[in-house]
Design a protein around this ligand. Structure first.
Ligand SMILES: [Zn+2]
Ligand SMILES: [Zn+2]
Length: 107
């Protein structure tokens, strides 16, 4: 019987918008992805205390971590991309995978 092969949708990093490639690993959630370089960036952001309060528009738009579904109240803090938010837990998780894979270095 003929089985239709589903074309795999192209994956883009929700932060920088770059497409997945051999050099660019993406860590995927159900609906979004983040590349290794942006994971490093998120780690940097999380090292610093939040200087500015979140914009109201951000809170309206992104109330859940795009990767694990945690709410902002659960996570305490998100790192925001143009259309996604990621909680510190998921940043740490991706960073661990990144390190395990010998991925992108911080500098
Ligand atoms: Zn990226
Ligand atoms: Zn999360």
């Amino acid at each position: 019987m003929a089985k239709r092969k589903k074309a795999r949708p192209r994956a883009y990093c929700g932060f920088c918008g770059h497409e997945e490639s051999a050099q660019r690993l993406l860590y995927r959630s159900v609906t979004q992805a983040i590349c290794a370089e942006c994971v490093v960036l998120c780690e940097d952001i999380l090292q610093e205390p939040p200087e500015r309060p979140l914009k109201h528009a951000d809170l309206q738009k992104i109330r859940y971590c795009t990767f694990c579904g945690w709410t902002l109240r659960d996570a305490g803090r998100f790192v925001y991309g143009p259309c996604i938010g990621i909680c510190p837990n998921c940043v740490a998780f991706c960073a661990e995978m990144n390190a395990a894979l010998g991925g992108v270095e911080a500098h």
